[in-house]
Design a protein around this ligand. Structure first.
Ligand code: GLN
Length: 473
């Protein structure tokens, strides 16, 4: 039998059968899904725990967690799935990791991702693509693909991911789990390898709402190492209006999978039947949002990634014979993958003299306008429901243009541009048994509203209990 690995069921099993029993199950599951390539560095040795005496131990003692490999972990290899960080063993923990460890959690592995978080399929990894456990010919979504696979495959209770434009939510949707991008600032970014600093958030993936909430509570809060971190307890508890918004998707209809549209409308109807009012929204700016996001994130990435020079840590070459500039050129050409180099080039272009006004400044203006428009929208509704992805998980070998891949982020980047919290939850399956996610976006610091809506849905559907076929056979 395949165990459920929510926090609640973990606590029950730990109490009744002992930690060793749970860990044996996890190792068994890992053997079954090893071929998905979800883990870059495993730390399963941490799981050889025989003693079931929990007296005096912390509440979260032994909770197995997986950490995306662009979040630094003391004494455990951290690569961001890039050659340029080859052999990098950080001397410190990210704040979120430190807080999990202090609570008693065990890190069981570092998960696969798109290099530096850049991608939507988890194919851009120097360690090879990660595969979807629901169908190993398909992608698990990116960039936090490995974390989503680890949760769906029951090898951890929760996983941390990072979300700059949807990287927690898209893989959550493709793998049938929950993925939360918290409000910007709620979780410290200290120790998260920077991609787009004004967009980056550490997020939580798990197989029920309660686990997401509990893990979020452990990792959030102000941190002296991150100037943008916020004490969110200072914000008032949101009042539930029982009114939500949904998108008029007529204009995009031809670009969205019909089974996703169907699941989306079923989800809307479910809330209506529960007595919630709804409001149809025409968000005109949606068609500009992808260029806006890609201009801002590449500009910030070009600047953030300039620190990787092959001199102080990670990948290096014998520099004795080389002049400094050509050393940088060589290291950065060999060390970064194609997508990362593309983004550095694009980012430097949109920031360059003569083009900055045309691209970067315009994108910033649009970002401000979108925020002001959304502020008005949230006057009338608790949350906005959208599909998480316009498409079902693509096949690994399906050829897509770069722009087609960028368009997969159409529904997710809004939350990053405005700093909003957003949660993808399992909302159904396609006719060929692939998970479908729906996204809930809320106003700043309204995580509790997202949980309220998602929990109501979860109690009545339980799509989160379904087990990927790879674990059963
Ligand atoms: N797919 C988006 C990108 O490639 C999202 C990345 C992310 O959230 N880290 O930029």
């Amino acid at each position: 039998m395949i165990l459920d690995l929510t926090l609640k069921s973990f606590f029950e099993l730990r109490e009744k059968k002992g930690l060793k029993f749970v860990y044996d199950q996890i190792l068994y599951n890992y053997e079954k899904v090893r071929q998905t390539n979800c883990i870059i560095t495993s730390n399963f040795e941490a799981l050889n725990f025989n003693n079931s005496d929990l007296n005096g131990k912390k509440e979260f003692f032994g909770v197995p967690v997986v950490i995306k490999d662009n979040i630094v972990t003391k004494d455990i290899l951290t690569t961001a799935a890039s050659k340029i960080l080859e052999g990098f063993i950080p001397p410190y923990d990210a704040t979120a990791v430190k807080r999990l460890k202090e609570a008693g959690c065990f890190i069981v592995g570092k998960s696969n991702l798109d290099e530096f978080g850049m991608g939507s399929k988890n194919k851009n990894s120097v360690y090879g693509a990660c595969l979807n456990p629901w169908d190993i010919t398909r992608v698990p979504g990116g960039s936090s693909g490995g974390s989503a696979v680890a949760v769906a495959s029951r090898i951890c209770v929760a996983a941390l991911g990072s979300d700059t434009g949807g990287s927690v939510r898209l893989p959550a949707a493709f793998c049938g789990v929950y993925g939360l991008k918290p409000t910007y600032g709620k979780v410290s970014r200290y120790g998260l390898i920077a991609f787009g600093s004004s967009l980056d958030c550490i997020g939580v993936m798990a197989s029920d709402v309660n686990t997401v909430r509990e893990i979020l509570n452990l990792i959030s809060g102000i941190d002296e190492n991150d100037e943008t971190s916020v004490d969110s307890s200072a914000f008032p508890e949101p009042v539930i209006k029982k009114r939500f918004g949904y998108l008029n998707l007529n204009e995009f209809r031809n670009h969205i999978d019909p089974e996703i549209l169907l699941t989306y409308s079923k989800t809307i109807n479910f809330f209506k039947e529960e007595g919630y009012e709804c409001l149809e929204l025409n968000l005109e700016f949606l068609k500009y949002i992808i260029p806006c996001y890609y201009i801002i994130c590449t500009a910030e990435a070009a600047s953030n990634l300039s620190r990787f020079d092959g001199l102080r840590y990670g990948f290096s070459l014998d520099a004795t014979e080389t002049e400094l500039d050509s050393y940088y050129l060589k290291i950065r050409t060999l060390g970064f993958g194609e997508e990362v180099r593309r983004r550095i080039l694009l980012g430097n272009f949109v920031l360059s003299a003569g083009y900055q006004g045309r691209y970067y400044s315009k994108a910033l203006k649009l970002r401000g306008r979108v925020f002001r428009m959304m502020e008005e929208v949230f006057q009338n509704i608790d949350v906005l429901l959208t599909p998480t992805s316009p498409v079902l998980p693509p096949r690994i070998d399906e050829s897509q243009t770069v722009v087609q891949e960028y368009l997969m982020d159409i529904f997710t980047v809004l939350a990053n541009l405005c700093g909003y919290p957003a949660l993808s939850f399992p909302a159904g399956f396609s006719s060929n048994n692939l998970p479908i996610g729906v996204q809930i976006i809320g106003n700043l610091f309204s995580e509790d509203k997202l949980f309220h809506y998602a929990e109501l849905f979860e109690r009545n559907h339980e799509f989160n209990k379904a087990v990927p076929p790879i674990l059963i056979c």
